[in-house]
Every structure is written in C-alpha cells, then in structure tokens.
Design a protein around this ligand. Structure first.
Ligand code: FAD
Ligand code: NAI
Length: 473
C-alpha cells in the first residue's frame, strides 16, 4: 500500500531539502525523494550545490587561493616560504571530506526534523481526487495533497564538445582532477569557467577561456566587468570573447579545439583538459511533465507565478528548475516560501533582492539593478563609488583591487543597486541586501556607523559618495 503524506518534495538540493525541513517544522508530514548518488554510488543528499557545486568549488577556491597567497603575496608581508608545493590529491580529498560531512549533515537534519527520506527517481503519476500519486524508480508509490518539485538543473551539453568525463568534463570532472593539467581550456567564461579556471590557474595550469559573448560578464555592472577583465587578464587567465566553437578533436594525448575569433579567423587551441561550462538546463526529465500537463516555459523551465505555483493545483516548483537566477540561496528562499504557503501562511520572495556572487579573486558581488539596466528603462539615478585602495583595512590586507558602487534613485535616494569588486565582496554584499530589503536610502547607509578599520567602511564611503561627500578621497 502506498504511504500518504501532506507534502512530497522531489529533489534534495538547497531548494528541496530546505522546503522539506520547513514543511515538517510547520507540522506537515513530508517525504523528500532524491536520486543523487555520491561516492561509491551511495545516496547523497544536498543536490548539485553540496555534491558538485557551491561547496566543493569554494573548498578548492580557498585551498588554491591559500597557495597563491603563499607563493605570490606573502613575501610582501615579510613571510617567506621557499619551495612551497601542492599536493592536488590531498586538496581534492579535503574537498571530498567537506562534501561528505555536509551531505551526511542533511541526513541528520532530516532525522532531527522528522522528514521522511526516500532514494530514487520520482515521477508524477497523476491525481486521484485531491491527492497526487508519485512513483519512485523501485516501484514504490507515495501520495500527498501537495508536491514541491525541486529537481534542479544539469550542465548544458555543447554538441561540438561532448563530455567524456576524462579529457572533456563539466563541473563534476573539473572538481576532481587528480593532477593540475598543464594546459587547460574552458569553453564559457561565465561564473563556473572563471571560478574553476581560477582554481587550476593558481595551481599552475595555463588557462584559456573561450567565450561566445562579445561582452565580458554582461550581467554585471559594466564598470565592474571592465575591472574584472583587467584583473583576470593580469593574473594570466587568457580570455577570448566573441568566440565560435567549430569542433573538438580528441587524441590520447590532448584535445584540440577549433574555434573562430571575434573577426571570424580560424584558430586552434591544444589542451590537456577541456572544461565545458556553457550554462545549465532545468531538470524535468522523467517527471512525466507532459503526461500530467505540467506547463513549461520557452526555456524548458517549469512555469510558475511569483509564489512558485505551477499550472497544476497544489503543485509548486522552486530553484533552478524555474525562472530566475540559478543560485542556491534563491532556491532555498523559494523552498521556505512554498512551505509556508502550504501551511497557510503568507509568503513571498523578491528576485530583485537575490545577491549574485563570484568567488574569484577579486570577488564580485552585486544586488539590484546595474547602471545599464536603469539607463535602458529611463530611471534617473545617482551613483557613488569608493575604491578599496583608499580603505585602511584593504591596505592592511594587501588587497586593494576594486571598488564599491552604490546606485540610488535620483528623486527618492532609495538604493536601487550595489556593485562590489574586491576583497570579501561576498560578505560585504549582505549589508546592501539588508539595506535594500528595508528600502533604505543611500543617506541611511551614510548615517550608519561603520567599524574602523573595516572593509565595510568602503560601503559607508560609497554611500557618502552618492551625495558627493566622501571623506577619504
Ligand atoms: P539541485 O541542487 O540541482 O538539486 C536537485 C536534486 O534533485 C538533485 O539531487 C537531483 O539529483 C534531484 N532530482 C532531479 N530530478 C529528480 C527526480 N525526478 N527524482 C528524484 N530526484 C531528482 N549557487 C550559489 O548560490 N552559490 C555558489 O557558490 C554556487 N556555486 C556553484 C558551483 C558550481 C560548479 C555549480 C554547478 C553550481 C553552483 N551554484 C552556486 C548553483 C547551485 O548549485 C544551484 O543553484 C542549486 O544547487 C540549485 O538548487 P536546487 O535545489 O534547485 O537543485
Ligand atoms: P553562466 O551562464 O554563468 O556562463 C556560461 C557562459 O558560457 C556564458 O558567458 C555564455 O555566454 C557562454 N557560452 C554559452 N554558449 C557558448 C558557446 N557555444 N561557446 C562559448 N561560450 C558559450 O553558466 P555557468 O558558468 O555554466 O554556470 C551555471 C550556473 O551555475 C550559473 O547560472 C550560476 O548561477 C550558477 N553558479 C553560481 C556560482 C556562484 O554563485 N558563485 C558559481 C558557479 C555556478
């Protein structure tokens, strides 16, 4: 006999596992079904984020940045470490341990919160009266009034460069190289290409990125993108824009990529490894979308309204499988919102307030609108900016690249966007998110006391700069 629940959550990534926990906290009897297999083929909760995304990439970014600092930056502090070396296998093993600790942690959170957990691929079978039936690969069936689909995304495949998992890889392979490739090619200079390119460059690879877009990081503020391109080029990441990939030829020794540059001239690049990082696609395969009539949008994502309701009654969808940025914190917030809606509470989530972060060095982070977006819709704004070069803490850190820019409405002074490139941008951006969530003006930030010396003083000065009253420049 099939087991009955209030809610079936499909997928245990940051959208699904958070939704499931919030559901049980609210007294809803909940099961979470997930099909991820980790090391040795064992079930591993946490989805893309914990297994092959946010957490492992940040572990390697941190390790490789420590090496970079040791070999390039510490000498200026009077710290000498001659003959420093890297043990890639140990670095990757550390990353794997962080992943397994975290994924195990989700199982423990499920137990603590009394979330039922099932392993297998879930398929929506149909509805009997007001109860949905969901099948699982092993033939088991569960029933519930509500379904939350949180099936995430997978790497977009580039026809010209099919993955073989050894020479040509996506993020999964690129997080587990057993040694630093001498020559590393990356198709796609987006966030994965730049983060993982940074990791392997710091560990000694010659990295070349081939990017289709003629503009670098077009979603970022133009000035930030320009500063970033300058910084990455200085680090010897070779970045080619406006590229077209013609094909890839593999041999036992190397991968040869035939490509055209921005002028249409034929080029070739030979590499030991190739990472393909050209975006991700929503994961709806095997859910029986057509059979049950679940509507998809033009991009193949499950169509939802602002509260993540799908075209089917009592079926919600959250995270990478729906519109909006493909980010873990966005998925989790939607998971919480949907759980609270199912429990009869009021919920909402504002996509304009989702922070974007790139964990490169310098880090890049932003929230809200860019100058180019505001210009495009004719909103009058004023912008204030402050460089880390003039910030005492950044000087002490020896990390003075970049700036903070605050954009405020020209009439109301309400903050419309904040853009950071520089040290600890990932942490600093949260102050901006909080300010915007409370509809703060740039003057509110300017009148807030910031600790000295701290990087956050650059935020304070950027707020003062909106009104042309900076103190330190
Ligand atoms: P996912 O995490 O993809 O989880 C979906 C789960 O559902 C998976 O376990 C999948 O196996 C399972 N599933 C799918 N279909 C079924 C089915 N039919 N039945 C059962 N189970 C199913 N985001 C950030 O915010 N910060 C970062 O630093 C960051 N770094 C990243 C680095 C990399 C290399 C990558 C690839 C992504 C990164 N992301 C980052 C993005 C982040 O991982 C995703 O936005 C996030 O994981 C989306 O969460 P989700 O719950 O929607 O889906
Ligand atoms: P992306 O969208 O950031 O970048 C993909 C890049 O590939 C784009 O610049 C695109 O123009 C380029 N591209 C597409 N087709 C191409 C082609 N044929 N040839 C050459 N270039 C091509 O996607 P990415 O880097 O794959 O990451 C996927 C998602 O994962 C992102 O949407 C991001 O939200 C998430 N992510 C988030 C991170 C973070 O928050 N720090 C880190 C890593 C991933």
């Amino acid at each position: 006999m099939s087991k009955s629940f209030d809610v079936v959550v499909i997928g245990a990534g940051p959208g699904g596992y958070v939704a499931a926990i919030r559901c049980t906290q609210l007294g809803l009897h909940t099961v979470c079904i997930d099909d991820w297999k980790g090391a040795q083929g064992k079930p591993s909760l946490g989805g893309t984020c914990l297994n092959v995304g946010c957490i492992p990439s940040k572990a390697l970014l941190e390790s490789s940045e420590n090496f970079e600092r040791l070999t390039h930056d510490f000498a200026a502090h009077g710290i000498c470490a001659d003959n420093a070396s890297v043990d890639v296998l140990k670095m990757v093993a550390r990353k794997n341990k962080i992943v397994s600790d975290f994924t195990l942690g989700i199982s423990q959170l499920f137990k603590k919160n009394k979330v039922d957990s099932l392993h297998g691929r879930a398929q929506i079978l149909g509805r009997d009266g007001d109860v949905w039936r969901v099948g699982i690969t092993d033939g088991e069936e569960v029933r519930a009034k509500h379904i939350i689909v949180a099936t995430g995304s997978t790497s977009r495949i580039l026809q010209q460069a099919p993955l073989d998992g050894v020479q040509i890889v996506d993020n999964v392979g690129a997080l587990s190289f057993s040694e630093t490739p001498k020559r590393l090619a990356i198709i796609g200079a987006g966030v994965i290409g730049l983060e993982l390119g940074s990791v392997w460059r710091r560990l000694g690879a010659e990295v070349t990125l081939l990017e289709a877009s003629p503009a670098f990081l077009p979603a970022a503020d133009e000035q930030v993108a320009k500063e970033a391109l300058r910084a990455f080029t200085k680090q010897k990441l070779a970045i080619h824009l406006g590229v077209q990939i013609d094909g890839v030829i593999q041999s036992a020794e190397a991968v040869k990529i035939n490509w055209r540059d921005i002028h249409g001239a034929a080029q070739e690049l030979v590499a030991d490894k190739l990472i393909v990082a050209v975006g991700r696609v929503p994961n709806t395969q095997g859910l029986s979308v057509e059979a049950v009539g679940l509507k998809l949008d033009a991009a193949g994502r499950i169509e939802v309204d602002e509260q993540c309701r799908t075209s089917l009654p009592h079926v919600y969808a959250v995270g990478d499988v729906v519109r909006g940025p493909m980010l873990a914190h966005k998925a989790s917030e939607e998971g919480v919102m949907v759980a609270e809606l199912i429990a009869g509470q009021v919920g909402g989530s504002d996509l304009n307030l989702v922070p974007n972060v790139m964990y490169t060095a310098p880090e890049i982070a932003w929230v809200g609108k860019t100058e180019q977006q505001l210009k495009a819709v004719g909103v009058a704004y004023k912008a204030g900016q402050f460089p880390f070069l003039a910030n005492g803490r950044a000087r002490a850190l020896g990390d003075t690249t970049g700036f903070i820019k605050i954009i405020a409405d020209a009439n109301t002074d309400r903050i419309l966007g904040v853009h950071i490139i520089g040290p600890m941008a990932s942490e600093l951006i949260q102050q901006a998110v909080l300010a915007m969530a409370f509809s703060a003006s740039s003057d509110d930030l300017a009148r807030t006391i910031h600790a000295h010396p701290s990087l956050s003083e650059a935020m304070h000065e950027a707020a003062l700069a909106v009104d042309k009253r900076t103190i330190h420049i």
